[in-house]
Design a protein around this ligand. Sequence first.
Ligand code: PMP
Length: 401
Amino acid sequence: VSRFENVSMAPPDPILGVSEAFKADTDATKLNLGVGAYRTEDLQPYVLKVVNKAEQLMLERGENKEYLPIEGLAAFNKATAELLLGADNPVIKNGQIATVQGLSGTGSLRLGAAFIARYFPGVKVLISSPTWGNHKNILSDVGVPWSEYRYFDPQTVGLDFKGMIEDIKGAPNGSVILLHGCAHNPTGIDPTPEQWEAIADELEEKGHMPFFDVAYQGFASGSLDDDASSVRKFASRGFEMFVAQSYSKNLGLYAERIGAINVILPTADLAARVKSQLKRLARPMYSNPPVHGARIVANVVGDSVLFDEWRAEMQMMAGRIKGVRQKLYEALLSKDKSGKDWSFILKQIGMFSFTGLTKSQSDNMTDKWHVYMTKDGRISLAGLNLAKCDYLADAIIDSYY
Ligand code: PMP
């Protein structure tokens, strides 16, 4: 008898499991709106041209594959912090930031969470309700206690700002508040600049620490600077805070696993100490990070010509998503005779639309219409094209009523 006999079958991942089910479907009309990965108008995966150019450069230079230091590629770490905060930010000038290259957004969040578990034992992390599903797993697996703050209001299909503030107020002083820097996943609803200010006031009042998850910089508005404004606001107010970054979406480097964890601190001395401890956490987990994606980012951000090309491609991607958002909205409006207000679709930003479809309605989308999506009612508009908007609108209306 096997010693593994009491190992039960794990449930499929709520997001990545959708792709597995999609692959198994043989229907020609099938549509994968599950995972948040950019597709072209032909619904094909897209490698950014600027990434190809950076890789060409790397090949010509004949760079080696030696181990990186534990903290990652120095040129990447510099570039990623500058992209986040702006190169002339005093936090960077004064060396008040500890940046460690991570295994994309997920690995960077995990490193930050491991730091919290080690140095702030018992401190609770508050996450939005709803949030990206993996946040809970990441925190639970390192033993960090978490609870939720209200975020989404189904009535208005908007932000429950009052509830959010009440829950931040109600959390024990000195809690960590996990915030999505921009393009909130799954709702596509971000606080306004005024609301961000009020959130910062509340965190300050309570001695809470922000932990920003920045997975879509440049993808919400098409502008890298605008999408970092929430983080920059908190940094300029002098918060100590964590910021996780990912290049999966904005540079399309999903499988390269490139991102970073940053900790912003009041002094350079503290930044050096925190960085040394982040390295100590990383070493037994994966020793040191992969080099390929780090070199791509460093080359693109560090070269003004490539950087401009990147920004143009990002605007193109963000623009295509905005285009299908508009088309889907118009299709729903013309097909749905109930008078329902679909304008929330236009107000949401980023890759996703939070449709308000329930679990059983989402099941109908998949079972009857072969539209694959997460069961919380989220659809990835990055996986939709103009040609399929009418079909999707039919599926949504059929499932809704
Ligand atoms: N945070 C959020 C909110 C996300 O949506 C994602 C990607 N879906 C991530 C983090 C991390 O993704 P990755 O590990 O691919 O960078």
